[in-house]
Design a protein around this ligand. Structure first.
Ligand SMILES: [Zn+2]
Length: 168
């Protein structure tokens, strides 16, 4: 049983289980459902509040954010790409929520979330190194983490700090 984003409750049951048994199970867990729903709702509110700190509705807001992103991220990409011996094909920015960056290994294109502007610089740098690392290793495997240890030793700390700032 789980609570989905809109607050609905999804229940999985084995094939052949009687509807009455499923209903009984749901009834026995009413308290859990109520609490979980409240938690989901709280998280949604926190999330909306976090992202609303960077309004991107108007052209001016979006342009200004793009300028700031470029000024912050481009030097970091340049510095680390040189050190790591990688060369991304292009860098793009999108108002992505729930992920900070995306690396398309085939096209060697990296996309960064505009909301990185809401993070401290060292956390932004962590995301930059993380995405560049994908050009060397596509999966989050042991090799990937070894590369992160080498190129951004504080990656675990940065990840923790980022999760603390944005609990989304
Ligand atoms: Zn990754």
């Amino acid at each position: 049983m789980r609570i989905v984003k809109n607050g609905d409750v999804h229940v999985s049951a084995p094939i052949g289980m009687l509807k009455s048994e499923v209903e009984r199970f749901i009834n026995e867990h009413r308290d859990w459902i109520e609490k979980a729903r409240q938690r989901t709702c709280e998280r949604q509110k926190q999330r909306a509040l976090f992202y609303s700190q960077l309004p991107l509705q108007t052209r001016t807001q979006a342009d200004e954010a793009l300028q700031r992103l470029k000024a912050l991220i481009e030097p970091l990409v340049e510095k680390h790409a040189r050190e790591m011996g990688v060369k991304p094909q292009s860098i793009t920015y999108k108002p992505m929520i729930s992920r900070w960056g995306l690396c398309n290994v085939k096209t060697r294109t990296i996309c960064f979330s505009a909301y990185l502007l809401l993070l401290p610089e060292w956390c932004i740098e962590h995301v930059v190194v993380h995405e560049l690392c994908h050009l060397l290793e596509p999966s989050h495997n042991v090799r990937f983490h070894t590369l992160m240890d080498r190129y951004f030793p504080r990656w675990k700390e940065a990840r923790k700090e980022t999760r603390r700032i944005c609990k989304c």
